[in-house]
Design a protein around this ligand. Structure first.
Ligand code: DLL
Length: 433
């Protein structure tokens, strides 16, 4: 089902006319209200009046995660706090989160786009949605929640964790749609099996999975194990949250970007040059309807390509390929964003460890695991085992407390971590995604 048939099937010419109008008014507004944008536009010698076509967007400077950090927490907001009704946040390299805000109308827009997304993923008013995305500062839980209510479906706000209880709820409440990260979904399936519950005997028809990279192989495994159709949903807090793009369950072949609200571009991550349709590069977004936190030419660091060919579902919006990776070093461990430098800053708060460390990421029983190997000095390493274990435990607690991820810390002897000739290899990611 297409939730908003008028906007989701707009012919390209009409769509582009709407985009240009919305882009121009967004640029006027950010220039007038956000000092950061006025300064960067001026430095680039461009004003909103210079943007006369969609191609002119390339004249506007990019916005990066660092810019958001520099303006922490509310410096990028384009409305007074009186008009902000919701705040979300995602983690960043310095341990300082990226803070995003929404007006009442923004929440309405997000709800509409999530209703569109759920419908594209197979949901109808008659469905019961088991929502295992985390509720909180993370946009996943509440994003799906508001979309489901807008669609008129029934939502079960389970959030993440308490896995055994989730299985009981699935059995008793009879949900028909599952929303969760793909890795947590596989863990749910495993726990269900241990409890003697076969997912195929439950009522699920569709799953809407995202927030982390996952492969076509993993889709097939999930579909087989759960006996459902699984689609990919994409989004990021800085642009809105989930619901920026979604696969339709009819084609399951690339994610439709809601182009009446976001203008996508693909750029060469090194030169910044705009690349044509079909070429792989870094995804860049400009929001054209957001009020509280408009974002202009935001470099997502996500690597993909755009496919303009018509889709069998009837939607006219361009599709992005599944995200194959990131151009920076951000790790996503069970849906939590972690940068190696964040771990580093936690480690370096203790004076008995050396600044040589490595992160080993694995997928064990379908769950991401993070092992932090860190060197200790000679004198400490020859210390008794009990003392070393205490330090390991202490560091592991610190990581959990500061970053919200569980990590196993392993102290290694001096020079136990290979030194590099150029850039240090901080991450060994053994997950096969
Ligand atoms: O992960 C929003 C979201 C929630 C999307 C629920 C889908 C479902 P952030 O925490 O800000 O927002 O993380 C955004 O996660 O830049 C990508 O690198 C990655 N990501 C999100 N969806 C996908 C996906 C939410 N479908 C970052 N495939 C993004 C691959 C994804 N990576």
């Amino acid at each position: 089902m297409i939730y908003n048939i008028d906007f989701e099937t707009l012919p390209r010419e009409a769509l582009e006319a709407i985009q240009l109008k919305r882009l121009q008014s967004t640029l006027e507004r950010v220039y007038a209200t956000v000092p950061f944008y006025q300064e960067t536009f001026k430095a680039a010698g461009v004003t909103p009046a210079d943007i006369k076509s969609l191609d002119d967007l390339a004249k506007i400077p990019f916005t990066t995660k660092q810019d958001l950090r520099d303006n922490y927490p509310y410096g990028m907001f384009a409305v007074p706090m009186d008009n902000v009704v919701r705040i979300h946040a995602s983690s960043g390299t310095t341990g300082q989160p990226t803070v995003v805000g929404y007006t009442k109308r923004d929440i309405g827009t997000w709800s509409e786009l999530m209703a569109r997304s759920l419908a594209a993923g197979g949901a109808t008013r008659g469905d019961i949605i088991h929502n295992a995305y985390g509720y909180g500062l993370f946009t996943g839980g509440l994003g799906v929640h508001y979309g489901a209510e807008r669609l008129g479906a029934s939502i079960i706000p389970v959030s993440g964790g308490n896995t055994k209880r989730q299985i009981v709820i699935m059995k008793d409440f009879g949900p028909t749609i599952l929303t969760a990260t793909p890795s947590y979904t596989l863990h749910l399936a495993e726990v269900a099996k241990e409890m003697g519950v076969d997912f195929k005997d439950l009522n699920f028809k569709f799953g809407i999975f995202g927030a982390e990279p996952w492969s076509e192989d993993m889709r097939q495994e999930i579909e087989r194990t759960l006996g459902i159709d699984a689609v990919d949903i994409y989004g990021l807090s800085e642009v809105m949250g989930p619901g920026v793009a979604i696969e339709c369950h009819e084609a399951k072949n690339g994610l439709h970007i809601f182009e009446d609200h976001f203008i996508p571009e693909i750029i060469d991550p090194v030169t910044g040059e705009t690349l044509p349709y079909g070429e792989t590069g870094e995804l860049v977004f400009t929001s054209i309807t957001k009020e509280a936190f408009p974002i202009i030419r935001y470099r997502t660091r996500d690597i993909t390509s755009l496919e303009p060919a018509p889709c069998i579902c009837g939607r006219s919006h361009v599709r992005m390929k599944r995200v194959s990776g990131r151009s920076d070093d951000m790790l996503i461990i069970r849906g939590v964003n972690v940068f190696p430098s964040q771990i580093e800053s936690v480690l370096m708060k203790r004076d008995n460890v050396a600044p040589h460390y490595q992160l080993v990421v694995d997928r064990v029983d379908n769950l991401d695991t993070l092992t932090v190997k860190v060197e200790v000095g000679e004198s400490l390493f020859s210390d008794e085992v009990k003392r070393l274990q205490e330090i390991e435990k202490g560091l592991s607690n610190d990581i959990k407390e500061y970053l919200g991820v569980s990590a196993k810390v392993k102290l290694v002897e001096p020079k136990g971590i290979e030194r590099s000739q150029g850039k240090a290899v901080r991450v060994i990611d053994n997950r096969k995604v």
